[in-house]
Ligand binder design. Structure first.
Ligand code: FAD
Length: 443
């Protein structure tokens, strides 16, 4: 069986390794435009901040390592044609054109940074970050910069803003909506992080979109809808991801509202073409509708499903809840499932409670406050959770991901057994305190 995978990011390279685990004989070729495979874009902010020494440290494997597994990795090559009738692809490497045929094809073409249609985005000093070479450009420019604007206050925007702050730049984080992390957090929770970022010296400018970037030879300022202009030596656009769909469209794959439509086996509408990662739509676990899940975790999970599908094993990709976690400075924050406003927009009457608990027994040194928000539907079924603290957020988000996946109610969770030692948590875990509080609203 000849398998070609287009894209060597989280989805593509993991698909190659997973197929190899299940089929020792498959001929596997990964073709990618980048000069690296198997690196973690998620780590780019930490190289920028200097926490990780070099971009080389976030490359986990080289193409030669895959050779040992009998996986052929062709880098710096663009797949330009996909003929699904004759089952061939055409790619260009060093100006030369090559053609290959496939039995099974996996599209893991990821996405490109969404660039807002405003004047000045082509100026020198304006960047977006998607891969290591983008990161290197930002790192180089930042060495001679004093001020930076990061626009788009999702996870990536916040992490990059904080990284540039750690390089002692004067940083402004801007967001057109009235809060940061709008997709995952309610405003009151997001405001806790906004206040922390301000205390750490980051200017946060909310509620106005950038309407133009100005400068002669390079960017000098960003101007907003209300007429305000802020000076900047560099601007990072962290304004989202646009799935890369060219090859899928060429092959005639069905495209949904945002990206490629796949079934639970990660198969597209065209036979023998599969797709994974940022270029596909996933099913939302709660509503069952299509959504996007631009997360490395989703791409890697999907790569396992596609490997099983291609090698003829039972496979089913589970719907997503977009469970996420991040850390800026001392503050860890995470979320899973729906925000209050997302629930309302989807005709769910949310029942919501927010509590503040502690991460260790009250008497134990260094116990940190933990803010938890629980969102239930009108039957008490948990549909969302948001947590902010200085420690131990990720594992509680994972617990809540499991709880939502299993359809648990706040009543179920209040009776669940949790581990305890004064050094690690409270005798009644903060999650139990939160679900007990929200349960009271149903009495
Ligand atoms: C700064 C940053 C931080 C992040 N942090 C997190 C995090 O903390 N947690 C998390 O879960 N996720 C995080 N993500 C998201 C995560 O990295 C992505 O969801 C994941 O990389 C998607 O993998 P992918 O394989 O779908 O796409 P990509 O990794 O984008 O790979 C797609 C590849 O396909 C190649 N390609 C596209 N078209 C062609 C073509 N025609 N020919 C040849 N090659 C082609 C591209 O060049 C690229 O190499 C972060 C992303 C960024 C940028």
């Amino acid at each position: 069986m000849k398998v070609i995978i287009v894209g060597g990011g989280a989805g593509g390279i993991s698909a190659a390794s997973n197929i190899r685990k299940l089929d020792k004989n498959a001929e596997i070729t990964v073709i990618t435009r980048d000069n690296n495979v198997a690196y973690s874009p998620c780590a780019i902010p930490y190289v920028l901040s200097g926490k990780i020494k070099s971009f080389d440290d976030i490359i986990m494997k080289k193409p030669e390592d895959y050779k040992k597994k009998n996986i052929d990795v062709i880098i710096e090559s663009e797949v330009t044609q996909l003929d699904s009738n004759n089952k061939t692809i055409t790619y260009i490497k060093n100006g030369k054109t090559y053609k290959m045929n496939y039995d099974k094809l996996v599209l893991s073409t990821g996405g490109n940074s969404f660039v807002p249609p405003i004047n000045g985005v082509d100026l020198d000093g304006v960047f977006h970050i998607r891969n290591i070479s983008d990161g290197k450009k930002v790192q180089k420019w930042a060495k001679n910069a004093e001020t930076a604007i990061v626009t788009g206050a999702g996870l990536i925007g916040i992490e990059i803003a904080y990284a540039l702050k750690e390089l002692n730049l004067n940083v402004t984080l801007t967001e057109m909506l009235p809060q940061i992390v709008p997709r995952s957090l309610d405003k009151d929770m997001a405001d806790i992080i906004t206040n922390y970022l301000k205390l750490e010296g980051i200017n946060v400018f909310l509620g106005e979109p950038i309407t133009a970037l100005k400068g002669d030879e390079k960017v000098e300022s960003a101007c907003f809808g209300d007429g305000t202009c802020i000076a900047a030596d560099m601007v990072i656009l962290a304004t989202g991801v646009k799935p890369e769909l060219k090859l899928a469209e060429m092959a005639g794959c069905e495209i949904g509202r945002w990206a490629i439509i796949v079934d639970e086996k990660m198969q597209t509408s065209v036979s023998d073409i599969y797709a994974v990662g940022d270029c596909v739509e996933s099913k939302d676990l709660i509503l069952g509708s299509n959504t996007i899940s631009h997360l490395g975790t989703t791409a890697v999970r999907q790569s396992k499903t596609v490997a099983r599908s291609i090698t003829g094993k039972k496979s089913k990709f589970k719907p997503v809840l977009n469970s996420m976690v991040s850390k800026v400075g001392k503050l860890e924050f995470g979320a899973v499932g729906y925000t209050t406003s997302f629930a309302q927009q989807n005709n769910i009457k949310p029942v919501v409670e927010k509590v503040e608990a502690l991460t260790r027994a009250r008497y134990y040194p260094n116990a940190k406050p933990m803010d938890i928000k629980i969102i239930c539907d009108s039957n008490g079924k948990i549909i969302g959770c948001q947590i902010i603290s200085e420690e131990r957020v990720a594992e509680r988000i994972d617990t809540m991901t499991l709880a939502i996946t299993e359809g648990l109610t706040c009543f179920d969770l209040s009776n669940m057994e949790f581990s305890y030692a004064p050094t690690r948590t409270m005798v009644t875990d903060p999650l139990v305190i939160a679900v007990e509080e929200v349960s009271k609203k149903f009495n």
